[in-house]
Unconditional design. Sequence first.
Length: 396
Amino acid sequence: MRTQVAIIGAGPAGLLLGHLLRRAGIDAVVIEDRSRQHVEARIRAGVLEQSTVDLLVASGAGERLQRQGLRHHGIDLLFGGRRHHIDLSGPTGGRAITVYGQHEVVRDLIAARLADGAPLLFEASGVALHGIDGNAPGVTFERGGRRHTLHCDFIAGCDGFRGVSRGAIPASALQVFERTYPFAWLGILAEAAPAAQELIYASHARGFALFSMRSPQITRLYLQCRPDEDLTLWPDTRIWQELHARLETGDGWRLNEGPVLQKGITPMRSHVVEPMQYGRLFLAGDAAHIVPPTGAKGMNLAVADVRTLARALAAHYGECRDDLLAAYSATCLRRVWRAEYFSWWMTSLLHRFPDQTPFMARLQRAELEYVAASPAAAASLAENYVGLPFAAFEGE
């Protein structure tokens, strides 16, 4: 088998890269070790930055997103028993976020790729990368009881934190930056109409909580918990009790309860590898960086990565230019580190740390009050939350 770009992973990064390359007239094969059903059912992030939405729409993959996505112009910070509204659109020239599940983006991109008749290979096991430091890289894998070899010009590693792509790079060639947080999120998906129109980020003495949604019928909720939390100790009744305690303010507003459709623990870490390229291999999305979910940046960073890579590959094939490919890692990392900082800041602002002293709690409260009261501080939060334009990170 032969193609121009081999894409490892059929998550949002790999699928969007394949879609953008297809529009640019560049051949690519997407290889995924899981089934289509598994990939389409994975519930992940659901907050899309303005630039992410604009790119999906411009690429022709945003029709359903435009119809079903929930556009939000603000969020609420809840602390001290009161909710404080943060305007997202006013300080950012009308930019906003859109709530639309990552699995819905994946479904849209799979449908677009299949409609184009472009190669998308699910259930490919034993994937291995070869020759990434030379001029003739390749990918081997098993599928349908046969061993296959895919020859290519470049490989895009879009297979996540536990994928094979990052591991194909010699450890001596990478620098790793990491922080593991001493807490996690217990998240549920509930069949209940959202009781509020905006997301609510709550800082409470019992720990952080987040109110979100996926549709007019589905509510998404999170609780700060221990990273080694035993889910069997959290029956639905206990979860709802804790959510009521952390999110309600005594003003008559109440959560809507409903059947819990999904329950899980999300670990919290910050992780970056540098550089994001080695020879003919380019890392994108979670294969290169992880952010704590507090800032809603994970999928949006993946989208920014593959947009940068698609533009660089288009310049290579269309203009015989390799300067954008050479600058890929540096270009992406400017945005990555901005998002890492914002996600760390939001996480530190809202969570209770096990070793938190009364002094640190007072500082945390002072920062929350400043953000709620200061137009400049609120504008900074808004600018980072809705996402800075792609062009902001593309210059030197």
